[in-house]
Design a protein around this ligand. Structure first.
Ligand code: SF4
Ligand code: SF4
Length: 483
């Protein structure tokens, strides 16, 4: 149990429409969010609120002269979770505007997501992180292909157009991609999300801080001054073991880091915990110096741990007066460790880590995109003749030729003309607007083991010199997944 008398409280005299989460982004206050997983539907809401009340209590503590602040992130709910809006609202009490609520598209229609977002905004939970939804544990390509995922791009667009200015929308992004193609399609999707209403991003967890800088520089280079939160996973020995064996979807560590974690797993539990606190402290301070607006801490299951991390991150933010100081500590900590999953180690910029701020001129690394095969070219040009108007026609039109050329799976909204004639139903999650974060270091899909469909689209976009189509607009999705 947390000792509450050690915490000074912040009094809330705010009006009901105030949004302190957003105001803090504007004021440059570094926000430290703790993830709160929404409990299962079999728990009573009063019990669930009582279990997490100390977390909420900590977010009301007085900030260190306004330099940092604390909040909660109610994350993507499991299938059998209780209503996330009711839970978050009950726990947040009078302070819903401090927190972030995830809205997941997994197994949800656009009407359901819209209704949930409006309900949340009505209760003061206006800061919404819109995600397509994580795959359930042990998902396979076959099980996913029976699951409907409302794509975050489409959900963002629907919420943006709902004309509810109270909503403040963000989205997820995964920059830990190490082939040029994989990185380019992730960043293209980020631009699409911004175009559809994302005003901030929460970055998937990873340990390679150069990738955090790459993302920051890339968005600045494109003139998107979008606030970023670095998500950080607090490792327990069990989680480290799951990470090393590749059981955390979309998250991979380099062989060097894996070896280091395996060595740390031989420490006593107390030493292991101390090592993880120091690692997280160092990474959070780095994110601050790299221009991130905050961190989102995952795997914090005890309020005492949240309290410790709040204190240690605040100390670290004060400890490193400059990016150079921090970089020296980071390099010493990781010694000569390679944090990219060698042999895949593409970084977009030449001068990453030379300074915190981007140079006047961005020097881009050469990013070769493979040529289309002859078969891909032929299929594209035949499809262009046959299916150019497929989006305006009934989806069943020319079904046989679609099946032959694109492997049509008979959905009710044909998107071939917008996807370079690559059928999005070949993605296990049915994504058409951009990739999920779950590709392996070589760019292959974690579920099919084959090349992610967006890499083929990228090759075609390169053939046609039409990268803009990967970034702009949005692609509506069908109302169901075909069998
Ligand atoms: S998008 Fe794919 S599954 Fe749907 S109608 Fe077109 S080719 Fe068929
Ligand atoms: S095909 Fe690509 S977008 Fe689809 S699940 Fe696999 S990695 Fe994700």
């Amino acid at each position: 149990m947390l000792k509450r008398d050690s915490v000074q409280m912040e009094l809330n005299f705010n009006g009901s429409r105030r949004n302190r989460f957003r105001a803090r982004l504007n004021d440059g206050v570094f926000q430290i969010l703790a993830e709160v997983p929404v409990p299962g539907a079999d728990s009573k809401i009063e019990d669930a609120v009582a279990r997490f009340s100390d977390f909420q209590y900590l977010t009301e503590s007085v900030t260190d002269a306004g330099a940092t602040s604390a909040g909660l992130a109610f994350t993507d709910a499991a299938e059998n979770a209780m209503d996330p809006v009711l839970f978050a609202s009950a726990l947040a009490g009078d302070n819903p505007d401090l927190h972030l609520l995830y809205l997941s598209g997994r197994g949800r229609s656009s009407d359901q997501v819209l209704a949930e977002a409006k309900h949340a905004a009505h209760l003061g939970l206006r800061n919404l992180c819109v995600v397509s939804g994580a795959a359930p544990a042990n998902a396979t390509a076959a099980s996913l292909s029976r699951t409907y995922f409302l794509e975050s791009v489409n959900a963002l667009r629907i919420l943006r157009d709902a004309d509810d200015s109270a909503m403040f929308l963000g989205a997820g992004i995964n920059p830990f991609k190490y082939t040029p193609g994989d990185a380019m399609v992730q960043y293209a999707k980020a631009v699409r999300k911004i175009g559809c209403g994302a005003s901030f991003f929460v970055v998937q967890y990873g340990w390679d801080m150069m990738k955090l800088q790459e993302l920051r520089w890339h968005l600045w280079r494109r003139n998107f001054n979008v606030p970023l939160f670095a998500r950080m996973l607090f490792l327990t020995q069990d989680r480290a073991s799951a990470l090393c064996s590749g059981r955390i979807p979309g998250v991979r560590v380099s062989p060097d880091l894996e070896a280091a974690l395996k060595m740390e797993m031989r420490y006593s539990p107390a030493q292991f915990r101390a090592a993880q606190i120091r690692r997280l402290q160092l990474h959070a301070a780095g994110a601050h110096l790299l221009g991130y607006s905050g961190v989102q801490l995952s795997g914090i299951d005890q309020p005492e741990l949240f309290q410790t991390l709040l204190q240690r991150i605040r100390e670290a933010v004060r400890e490193f007066a400059s990016f150079e100081d921090w970089l020296a500590a980071y390099r010493e900590y990781y010694a000569r460790m390679e944090l990219a999953p060698y042999p895949y180690r593409y970084y977009m910029f030449e001068k990453l880590f030379s300074q915190a701020q981007p140079p006047d001129e961005f020097e881009l690394r050469n990013a070769p995109i493979a040529d289309c095969t002859r078969g891909e070219r032929l299929r594209y040009f035949l499809s262009e003749i046959l299916f150019r108007h497929a989006a305006e026609l009934p989806a069943g039109e020319r079904r046989l030729s679609k099946r032959l050329l694109a492997g049509c799976r008979s959905c009710d909204k044909c998107r071939l003309p917008m996807t370079f004639y690559v059928c999005p139903e070949h993605c296990p999650k049915g994504m058409a607007n951009g990739p999920c974060g779950c590709s392996r270091p070589d760019g292959s899909c974690e579920y099919t083991g084959k090349e992610c469909i967006f890499i083929r689209m990228l090759r075609l976009s390169s053939l046609l010199r039409d990268f803009v189509s990967m970034e702009n607009g949005w692609i509506e999705q069908p109302s169901f997944r075909p069998d």
